[in-house]
Write a protein that binds this ligand. Sequence first.
Ligand SMILES: Cc1cc2nc3c(=O)[nH]c(=O)nc-3n(C[C@H](O)[C@H](O)[C@H](O)COP(=O)(O)O)c2cc1C
Length: 393
Amino acid sequence: MVNPWFETVLEAQRRAQKRLPKSVYASLVAGTQAGITVNDNMEAFNELGFAPHVVGAQPERNLATSVMGQEISFPVMISPTGVQAVDPEGEVAVSRAAAARGTAMGLSSFASHAVEEVTAVNDKIFFQIYWLGSREDILARAERARAAGAKGLIVTTDWVFNVGRDWGSPEIPEKVDVKALLKMAPEIAVRPRYALRWFNRGHVNIPDLTAPNLTAKGETGPTFFGAYGEWMNTPPPTWEDLQWLREQWGGPFMVKGITRIDDAKRAVDIGATAISVSNHGGNNLDGTPGTIRLLGPIADAVGGDVEVLLDGGIRRGSDVAKALALGARAVMIGRAYLWGLAANGQAGVENVLDLLRMGLDSVLMGVGHKDVHELSRADLIIPDGFERAYGID
Ligand SMILES: Cc1cc2nc3c(=O)[nH]c(=O)nc-3n(C[C@H](O)[C@H](O)[C@H](O)COP(=O)(O)O)c2cc1C
């Protein structure tokens, strides 16, 4: 039997590929168009080196920090991802894993489990908003999340309804009915363990793909496609819309999807608590540089005014250290925990968080720091031209 513990996120990804139906795996791995951005998100980290000391390591090292008012045991949190068809327990398993490891979680608007179920097992939940429907609809969803115990909002603005992937977009059924199941049967038949997980936990009748957090009160949510259609027909938000929501909400507020300095400054102007330098994991406009190239100049410009996070391409603890050294307060992970979830459910997500923690701790030891907040550019070897600054006023 394979040891359930995996030693790298890449190993978790290999197991995910073996265990998930082809189309489910494809929908997670892919970025848009030619995949330039999804690849650069990961590859750019490899261009950065470390400059370690060999003597003088600190015997004890502190990794704890805080994000948007929540104390977290180390600077890695869960980035929101929608429709976690990877596992029947989806976001609830991820939330438990994050709680077990003392960290926070962003819960997607397009999550497959209700916000109340997710906050019940972790008190550090931020609810993610897509601009979908009227201002009143959006606020009502945020208020429902607040009533459930959500501690902040993450507003994701970077989505251009891009279509076309060179590796082929997976077909997502409108409704999981007999017709759809028969169509998926050949790929599910060769992934018996995946099917068993759904059957074992009483999910014999696979529910329709709905978005239960897009309603104000918890009644049955719209189907995924119904919601997506409404989203496409909603005018994209302006900065004034975001400021309005920030004021109505009145609590911790993150703008996710920043890649330019001028946009980072606008987020500060509207009173955001945090930004995430993000390109939606390479799922938005292909050709956007890897986020780690953009981080340093943005953190230099606004790091004193707003908490700066990064997401995109984090697969190792050393990636976390590189982001912190370039000015991030913390990072958010997406695919890494989805691979863990696919490989071994909640324990797999905990496994991924443990790997990132241990990898970060090793870097701290190597560069001789006793606290994550001491990491800086001086710890890195940064090739000329690596950092990219856009939108300088
Ligand atoms: C399958 C998938 C679904 C996602 N769904 C959402 C979402 O619903 N809301 C959101 O703000 N970001 C979403 N993202 C983007 C992630 O929050 C995050 O920005 C990205 O995954 C980071 O890159 P990484 O996967 O390389 O860590 C999604 C990403 C993936 C891979």
